[in-house]
Design a protein around this ligand. Structure first.
Ligand code: NAD
Length: 464
């Protein structure tokens, strides 16, 4: 257990910090592409310099191995920075749009501008990625930023604070560590953007606070993500891909498949293949690639969702080590405890279905999920999945890998969130787009001025 304590900050200091950041933003220091690129390059160099310490910190927090950290957090983050460095000039450019006849001889265009002072609040499960990727978007868009990482992985939060607070002007970006009191104090301030990753319950608190100042808000939340396996799937490959994605990070992954809907004719085969894949991946406490449950509270919550009568595989755990072995529950029904909340742990409930309509009905009985997955090679099933099931992002014949493509916008819908980020969507997420009509003064059509007539109105209607 980690005993590291965090540097505390008072509400007054937080208020001063926000004021200072607003002053700095209003000085226009963050506006030029040169400044943004320079800061992004500096940030990337610092992360690379401290890479080993970052791996060690997350290992100390919940035994996440270096390789898993590199794969799921560190490299995707470095990629995001590189994409931003390469493209920020292009993203910042004015974009021309068509001008209608009524506004002849004007030009029309869209001007991106930063929103101002941003607050980024991170979650614990991918603590680097979910705190620093939005920060990169905020930097690329030319904002100043206060980052509040999750307080649960203590060392991870501390290393992010060290890297940023020792190397950047706090008026430009600053990490404020802490839990509910510090987040509440931050939410009492007026920001121009709030970007939150976490649970729908806290998302509502954040949204209410944002509404107080009509602050632009992005909410990256969670939910029960379905995965559907049909008779038309390539079952062996499908199970291989899904099982890795389901148990990586010990299932503490917002876009993993929360449960599997499996056609009754292929369920036995599915279960056998799933066990084989779990064993091949060697998800076990003895191995370097099995992550601890973040804390005892979550450990007890996830263990409480395991109905021992329904255990097909696993079902064992060690509270002292905060490890839950990969677990498959069979013959699960919607009334089971495991189907009442997002699992966020290494437990996979399997529910059988007979028709795709039944599977879709089950999915629609829950709130709109953050992610959804279909394993099928049938184009009609793919079409139905894409058009009939609402969800934030997803994949066909894969699971979670959509997150690794910066060209795919990442975000939820309804109860699983609002707004999108990654790649250029991060830039857009932290920007305002001014719509401009720009007219020379040399020419004017006098149609709109007083002295209206039927004839003029008809001409105007045609030209507009
Ligand atoms: P959480 O909502 O408990 O905490 C998120 C952040 O909010 C933390 O920084 C925390 O300090 C702060 N917080 C907690 N309670 C608060 C309160 N009462 N008032 C103000 N701030 C508060 O979420 P978590 O446990 O860190 O993460 C798990 C949840 O996040 C799951 O639902 C998961 O699906 C979701 N999630 C979503 C994404 C995504 O990208 N959409 C990514 C990871 C996790």
């Amino acid at each position: 257990m980690n005993t590291q304590t965090i540097e505390t900050i008072s509400e007054k200091e937080i208020q001063q910090l926000v004021e200072n950041q607003r002053k700095y933003f209003n000085s226009n220091a963050t506006l030029s592409s040169e400044f943004r690129i320079e800061q992004l390059k500096k940030f990337k160099a610092l992360l690379l310099k401290h890479e080993d310490e970052m791996h060690q910190a997350i290992y100390n927090d919940f035994s996440k191995s270096k390789y898993e950290n590199q794969l799921v957090e560190f490299y995707p983050l470095i990629d995001e920075i590189e994409v931003a460095i390469k493209n920020v000039k292009k993203w910042m450019k004015r974009k021309s749009v068509k001008t209608n006849f009524l506004n002849f001889p004007g030009k029309s265009y869209i001007v991106p501008e930063p929103l101002g002072v941003s607050l980024v609040i991170g979650a614990w499960n991918l603590p680097y990625n979910l705190s620093l990727t939005p920060l990169v978007g905020s930097m690329a868009a030319g904002n100043t930023t206060i980052l509040k990482p999750s307080e649960l992985p203590v060392e991870t939060s501390a290393i992010m604070a060290k890297i940023i607070n020792e190397n950047f002007d706090p008026n430009y970006m600053k990490v404020v560590e802490g839990g509910i009191p510090e987040t509440t104090a931050l939410l009492n301030q007026r920001f121009d953007k709030i970007f939150f990753t976490g649970s729908p319950t806290v998302g509502k608190i954040v949204n209410k606070a944002a509404a107080e100042n009509l602050t632009n808000v992005t909410l990256e939340l969670g939910g029960k993500n379905p995965s559907i396996f049909t008779k038309d799937s390539d079952l062996k490959m499908s199970v291989k891909r899904m099982i890795w994605a389901r148990f990586v990070n010990s299932g503490q992954f917002c876009i993993t498949a929360d449960y599997a809907l499996v056609h009754k004719d292929i369920k036995d085969e599915f279960l056998k293949l799933a066990v084989k894949e779990i064993e091949k991946n060697n998800f076990s406490v003895e191995h370097d690639n099995y992550v601890q449950i973040i804390n005892e509270r979550n450990f007890d919550r996830v263990v409480g969702l395991i109905d021992q009568d329904k255990v097909y595989y696993g079902g064992t755990y060690n509270r002292e080590k905060r490890i839950i072995d990969p677990t498959i529950l069979n013959n699960v029904t919607l009334d089971d405890a495991v189907m009442q909340e997002e699992i966020f742990g290494p437990v996979l409930p399997v529910i059988e279905y007979e028709t795709l309509d039944q599977a879709f009905e089950i999915i629609k009985s829950f709130e709109k999920p953050l992610a959804a997955y279909l394993f099928s090679n049938s184009s009609s099933e793919k079409d139905r999945f894409l058009s009939e099931i609402p969800f934030g992002n997803g994949a066909i014949n894969d699971c979670v890998m959509q997150i690794s493509n910066p060209n795919i916008p990442f975000g939820g819908v309804g109860n699983s969130g609002m707004g999108r980020y990654h790649g250029k969507y991060s830039f857009e997420c932290f920007s305002n787009f001014k719509g401009i009509l720009d007219k020379p003064t040399s020419l004017e059509t006098n149609l709109k001025y007083y002295g209206y007539s039927e004839k003029r109105m008809k001409i105007m209607q045609k030209l507009s």
